[in-house]
Design a protein around this ligand. Sequence first.
Ligand SMILES: *Cc1c(COP(=O)(O)O)cnc(C)c1O
Length: 467
Amino acid sequence: MSNQDISRRDLKHVWHPCTQMHDHEQLPLVPIRRGEGIWLEDFDGKRYLDAISSWWVNLFGHANPELNAALRQQADTLEHVILAGFTHEAIVELSERLVALAPPGLSKCFYADNGSSGIEVALKMSLHAWRNLCQPGKTRFIALENSYHGETIGALGVTDIPLFSETYRPMLQPPLRAPSPDASQRRTLPDGSVESDADVARRQFVAMEALLAQHAHEVAAVIVEPLVQGAAGMRMYDPLYLTLLREACDRHGVHLIADEIAVGFGRTGTLFACEQAGITPDFLVLSKGLTAGYLPMSVVMTTDAVYDVFYDRYDTLKGFLHSHSYTGNALAARVALASLDIFARDDVVNANRERVRIMAEALAPLRDHPHVLEVRQKGMIAAVELVRDKAARTPFDWRERRGLAIFQAALKRGLLLRPIGSVVYFMPPYVITPEQIRWMVATAAAAIDEGLAAPAGSWSERGPEMA
Ligand SMILES: *Cc1c(COP(=O)(O)O)cnc(C)c1O
């Protein structure tokens, strides 16, 4: 079987996610036959370095022998059992381990099937907790500009990426919006100095404080992506914002939901991003890296204080009666445990410091590129923002689809990138070697040059920029 054979069959019946299928009249699909470590191999034998961890999920490489063995053993023992009224060893052990690792005070684990459904759980639980506390008027949410929290209706409602949400507006519950603390909004001050990331966080927090002061009586929770707003183009901000937010949520009696679906499990340089602000949210939502990129699973961790508000005799009707068929799946839980074993044994968060340093070193020269507005990095996430005119900060017209041209130029060179608009980012699995980091960045730089040199508008008739 060749790439072409399988692509032809695919396009007859498979409708791909986040894709204008018409693109594939021009753009070849990439059918993957096998994975090994950081590499993916197509049906023609060409290899691609997975610089985006297969949509931010993979942690320890593809077809990892250790994770495979854990999965195989669990499959031979128990693949799945209903989690209502029943339990199993893997989910008990996973909950114990997550509670021990998460910010202090998060003592209860509620499981769902993917990131979006985890967000739905957190939103519902927060609103329901206030209702159980006889404050049924607290039904709204505050979310940040540029936020992304998933695609299901509740999660899309708090998302602020119009390309994904605008069409469905009639179905969505609009949140209150606070400005993003995105550090790239730094200003030059009258004395000629430039704001620090913390200065931007403090300045942008003023509006959040005002929203809380005005609306706390009707707000259940504030939801944020700690430190990195991923889908908006890896927009990064200072931990000070989270510290201020935690304090203000406490003062105003509003829950804080930390969506660490993308940033959890070491991506920002600490196991959880909230650690860098020294805070414990009321709800911590984890998914993507939870099973090291193997199986869909999410968990909403919360406090005894929230749990206790639901805990009562059945006929008080205070229970949280939410479920998904595959809640607490044993295979997913077992592979999550095997991933946590690797974290502990290989001291992964510390070991990544050297990878973080080499990534920064390799990326530094790109700052001088005539079309690079900013190079930014938090731990194992790095991004290069491209613009048409650097001095005037003029972006590329989205119809030019520069990101797509860079994607194709990288693919040709054996590198899997997936630019968001004109932001090229790197979020590699933690098995990447120093040489692979240098090769990844050098190859991306070549792909950027080729993608920017391509005739403008070569994709202009074909719909919006790939996300
Ligand atoms: C991916 C993502 C989600 C949604 O998770 P899915 O598993 O794709 O539903 C939510 N929030 C953030 C920050 C994400 O990166």
